[in-house]
Ligand binder design. Sequence first.
Ligand code: ARG
Length: 350
Amino acid sequence: MTKLWGGRFSGEKMDPKVLDFTSSLCVDKELAEYDCLSNKVQVEMLAKCGFISSAEEKKFLKVLNELLVEIQENRLKLVECEDIHSLIQDYVEERLPLLAAKLHTGRSRNEQVVNDVRLYCKDKITSIISLIAALQKKLVLKAETMTDVIVPGYTHLNRAQPVLFSHLLMGYIEMLERDAGRLKDAFARLDVSVMGSGALAGSALELDRKFIAKKMGFKKISANSIDAVSDRDFILEFVSGLCLVAVHLSRMSEDFILYTTAEFGFLEIDPVYCTGSSLMPQKQNPDVLELIRGKSSLVIGALNSLFVLLKGLPHSYNRDLQEDKKPLFESVNTVMAELEIFSGVVDSIQ
Ligand code: ARG
């Protein structure tokens, strides 16, 4: 397949080792659906602004709709490619060889990648906020069943005053409420369309930026193209919100780990969240809670990676920015899994 940027090169093949080193497909394949939906909007905008005919628009949309189904049914073939944006461009080129190049009219991958990641973040923040709400509900329901359970309340990990166990559980709800609030704030700030920024300097073509933003569901459009293609603040904000969720879940897990030990001995969790030992059959190890505690380090590490990635990076787009996705996706997947599994643990406590 011809490279999107292949025009100035004389057709020599990319060294497979270089392709392997520079390709981000194994990571950014997660953006496939967002990229496909964005391509559909791009096609509609190009037709609206007269860059393609309505017959061409129809041809593009047919192929992109087929692609969308393949993505949703997990059937998209991941052939060797630089990234998901190139893969999708190649997919269209294979089916519409004479037309495909028009798809990228007035557009750069530098803005495309930011656009897709913003759509991804909006989607995931919405899901994570629902998972937080579901966990809060589980905590309230559990607290309601425990309004007569008195346990030691600790300061300095020394017995301090007797408290209701429900008092502690309701405290967790407050922590999670603040987490949801931070994620909502991050959502509001990242709800911006950057399309039209081009590689860094906008486009000489009369593209309809407002149309794209509206169709993709963005509240605003970005004001400065140089900033728009190099800004990753929104990822850092989102991941720092996730760090706090992970840290909170880690602290709650630590409480439960302590309280289920023989030394404390006033809490039980369902054995499905534990493992045993063949050598020491008396043991019930709270592995799931330990892993929630342990995996928070991954999310904190991801935030640190992102800060280091941005620090010292000149404007505007640099390929370094490709490395933003792995820490983002890993943090999102980790926190989502933790929220779901911790909800189950809460359900099971006695
Ligand atoms: N895969 C790239 C990334 O994630 C897309 C942008 C490529 N742009 C470029 N000028 N090479 O950042």
